[in-house]
Ligand binder design. Structure first.
Ligand code: GLA
Length: 389
């Protein structure tokens, strides 16, 4: 359950700024159920929003200054929104600066405000705390400026903040689910066409349990961009082999990839094998979810993880220890790392009646193996970013 409420955030604003905020924005974090490292390959993803969130309590100003207070960090700073730029000593503000910058490009009004930011999405743990801040900032500027981008355009704006403003070659998944999530639904997204299907979470007697290794992701940005580059290398080799001009791994089948095995750098081949097989698993997982087939979904989650460990090589000792322990516990249908990897969280599909025991035993086993204290989060599928009514 979420710890934070909009009321608590509004009260904190009042203490900091002297009177009540005009409005409060909430943007959830997200957990990806399956479809990892597929989005920037124009493939499929199946995430849901979680009930941990970033809140922004906001009071409009009459100038173009953003006076922001990050309550979790206890840091304040000001930025002139008419010329938003990165600030190395307050990098948390870069997400807001990036959103303001992209709104200028779209010629939207970017108005000043006093804002208190407070959140309970664990930072750097694969639950998309950064996209949650971006989508909260976008909703705030929309409310202040009296305009509204559609779901796709809002998510794409957030992706440009990551790609162009911050230099991370990430895909569209995080911003899309955070912007467009419906309560009690997972979302199957085709990251090429942006066609999305909301899938009701009606798996009877099952609960998704998030397990945080509490290992902050290491080297994520550089390793992430490296993986993006390796996928591009695979596309080049495939294009050469089949005399095509495809842009993404999405354009190739498993058979085509296998036929190219000898003509491709082995690392690129393994990265591509993960991506192409993960798309197939993700579509199958969406069907299993619709059919209420927990056993099938769990198996797909396990094979996704194995592919991420061996072919994509984005797991780490802590994530593997967590998943190994989880799979041996009663009531666990499947377990996999979630998000970019190199630390962060796993997601587990667990029989609801076994959840209490699962959580206790998992946390004990994880600490016994690694010496680190982990944390479990049990969450409903939450609503996407917007004004708290
Ligand atoms: C990060 C990125 C996403 C996605 C995942 C891996 O969360 O922001 O776009 O690529 O990693 O699936």
């Amino acid at each position: 359950m979420s710890i934070l409420t909009a009321r608590a955030v509004a009260t904190a604003f009042e203490e900091k700024f002297g009177d009540a905020p005009a409005f409060v924005i909430r943007a959830p974090g997200r957990v990806n159920l399956i479809g990892e490292h597929t989005d920037y390959n124009h493939g499929y993803v199946l995430p849901m929003a979680i009930d941990r969130a970033t809140f922004m309590a906001v009071r409009p100003r009459t100038d173009t200054v953003l006076h922001a207070y990050a309550a979790n960090l206890d840091r304040s700073t000001e930025m002139d929104l008419s010329n938003p730029s990165r600030n190395p000593s307050e990098s948390w503000l870069d997400y807001l600066a990036g959103v303001a910058h992209e709104l200028h490009v779209l010629d939207k009004p970017v108005l000043g405000a006093d804002v208190l930011i407070m959140g309970d999405v664990p930072l750097g743990c694969g639950l998309s705390s950064s996209a949650s801040i971006e989508m909260a900032a976008l909703a705030m500027f929309e409310e202040l400026g009296g305009f509204k981008l559609n779901g796709d355009d809002g998510a794409l704006l957030g992706q440009r903040v990551e790609n162009d403003f911050l230099g991370l070659s990430s895909g569209i998944m995080d911003q899309y689910i955070i912007r467009c999530a419906q309560a009690n639904h997972a979302l199957l997204l085709d990251c090429r066409s942006l066609e999305c299907t909301q899938i009701p979470l009606t798996l009877k007697g099952c609960t998704f349990v998030i397990a945080n290794t509490c290992i902050q992701r290491a080297l994520t940005d550089s390793k992430y961009n490296e993986r993006v580059g390796e996928c591009a290398t695979a596309v080049e080799a495939l294009n050469q082999k089949f005399n095509r001009q495809a842009t993404h791994l999405r354009d190739f089948t498993q058979d085509e990839l296998m036929a190219c095995r000898e003509d491709m750098d082995l690392t690129a081949f393994r990265r591509a094998r993960h991506v192409v097989s993960e798309d197939t698993r993700t579509l199958a997982a969406a069907e299993a979810l619709k059919a209420g087939d927990a056993v099938k979904l769990g198996q797909l989650m396990n094979s996704s993880d194995s592919s991420l460990v061996h072919d994509y090589e984005v797991s780490c000792d802590g994530l593997m220890a967590m998943n190994d322990s989880a799979r041996g516990l009663e009531g666990c249908y499947g377990a996999r790392m979630t998000g970019a990897g190199f630390g962060g969280c796993t997601v587990n599909l667990v029989k609801t009646t076994a959840v209490d025991n699962f959580v206790n035993e998992l946390m004990n086993k994880y600490t016994d193996t690694t010496g680190i204290k982990g944390e479990c989060i049990i969450t409903d599928a939450a609503l996407g970013a917007g004004l708290v009514q």
